[in-house]
Design a protein around this ligand. Structure first.
Ligand SMILES: NC(=O)c1ccc[n+]([C@@H]2O[C@H](COP(=O)([O-])OP(=O)(O)OC[C@H]3O[C@@H](n4cnc5c(N)ncnc54)[C@H](OP(=O)(O)O)[C@@H]3O)[C@@H](O)[C@H]2O)c1
Length: 332
């Protein structure tokens, strides 16, 4: 089978993890990397044996041998970088959060459709085997009607003010870095946009939001209670409560590989499947499946849902003192 040829746009932390994990996918080949300067591109290229190393993102986007580009820059650049690649005719896998606000997400989707190219948000948790199992339990009615989702994605990281996640000007902060996981999880379970949104966020001394709690209400009073934090550790569990029982994910977010199904009056059922690498492998497999089937978006991570999640995050932060530089340009 002909290999799918990847280009990597930027050379930071997650770009390194991605290139390590992609080695587990036999029909994937990383043939190019683009960085803001030649030296960084060359260092990254030598480390992973990547033949084409470029000193600009434009040069990477214009490499005729590249099929699909992985965008791993800070959030404020996702829209601009994705559009650059899509306008050069490339398929794009763009890191989460998809964009800074829904306006950017709308433009990205429009550009994908105009150029007839594949686009997907890299929300890795969605593609883990355990998540497929959980969705199967929910969709086959094992726990009845879903009434409540509770999920935490909270860490106390020792971040310096120089760290990307602590820089509001780069779109760092608990909402876009970590809240996206629990908001995306709730969106996946309920399969719809929330009707009402409330909550609180704490914007710390460095500028970005350090922690937040969100209450989302769906049809018929179903709810999600979600927390996310960069400066507070919690147990990162998720629960899905239905009218007949519940599902527990004991560690949804680091390397989710276990879940249990608890139906009233029955013995607990456990699911466990070890994760390959750091978990980035599964989304690459999904991109390959879509490209080989000529799909322009993933049914597991549809573009309209990425847009809906951005709209939800815009609404969550609208009551906080949290704005980003890109906010002034809603139409991009
Ligand atoms: N899926 C996951 O598990 C996961 C985990 C962590 C992060 N992420 C996501 O991945 C993205 C990148 O996060 P990261 O932690 O890898 O970030 P990072 O280590 O700070 O790397 C970001 C890279 O973006 C490029 N860049 C372009 N403009 C920049 C600017 N003005 N300032 C800083 N860097 C700039 C740089 O690469 P060059 O110098 O080569 O241009 C830099 O190395 C974010 O969207 C984040 O949410 C996902």
């Amino acid at each position: 089978m002909k290999k799918i040829r990847w280009g990597i746009l930027s050379t930071g932390n997650v770009a390194n993890s991605f290139v390590k994990d992609i080695k587990h996918v036999p029909d994937a080949e990383v043939i190019a990397v683009g960085s803001r300067n030649q030296e960084t591109a060359d260092t990254f290229g030598q480390k992973y044996n990547i033949p084409h190393c470029y000193s600009s993102y434009e040069a990477l986007a214009n490499d005729p041998d590249v099929d699909v580009i992985y965008i791993a820059t800070p959030h404020v650049f996702h829209a601009e970088n994705s559009i650059l690649c899509m306008e050069a005719g490339k398929a794009v896998l763009c890191e989460k959060a998809f964009s800074i606000h829904a306006g950017e997400a709308r433009t990205m989707i429009q550009v994908a459709r105009q150029n007839n190219v594949f686009l997907m948000e890299a929300l890795i948790t969605r593609h883990f085997p355990v998540i497929h199992q959980v969705l199967d339990w929910v969709n086959t009615g094992q726990i009845g009607e879903v009434r409540l989702v509770q999920a935490n994605r909270c860490v106390r990281g020792e971040f310096t003010p120089e760290s990307r996640v602590m820089k509001r000007e780069l779109g760092g902060g608990s909402l876009l870095d970590l809240g996206i996981y629990v908001i995306g999880f709730s969106s996946m379970i309920f399969g719809q946009a929330p009707q009402h949104i409330s909550g609180f966020g704490f914007v710390g001394d460095y500028g970005p939001d350090e922690q937040g709690a969100s209450l989302l209400e769906y049809e018929q009073g179903a709810m999600a209670v979600l927390t996310f934090a960069l400066r507070t550790d919690t147990v990162n569990e998720a629960y899905i409560y239905g009218t007949k029982g519940y599902i527990k994910l004991p560690d949804l977010f680091a390397v989710p590989h276990k879940a249990s199904l608890h139906i009233k009056g029955q013995s607990e059922i456990e699911f466990e499947k070890p994760i390959i690498g750091n978990g980035l492998y599964y989304q690459v497999k999904e991109v390959h499946r879509c490209l080989r089937e000529s799909l322009l978006e993933s049914p597991r991570m549809p573009l309209e849902e990425s847009l809906q999640i951005m709209e939800t995050m815009d609404a969550i932060r609208s009551s906080w003192d949290l704005t980003y530089p890109n906010d002034s340009n809603q139409s991009l």
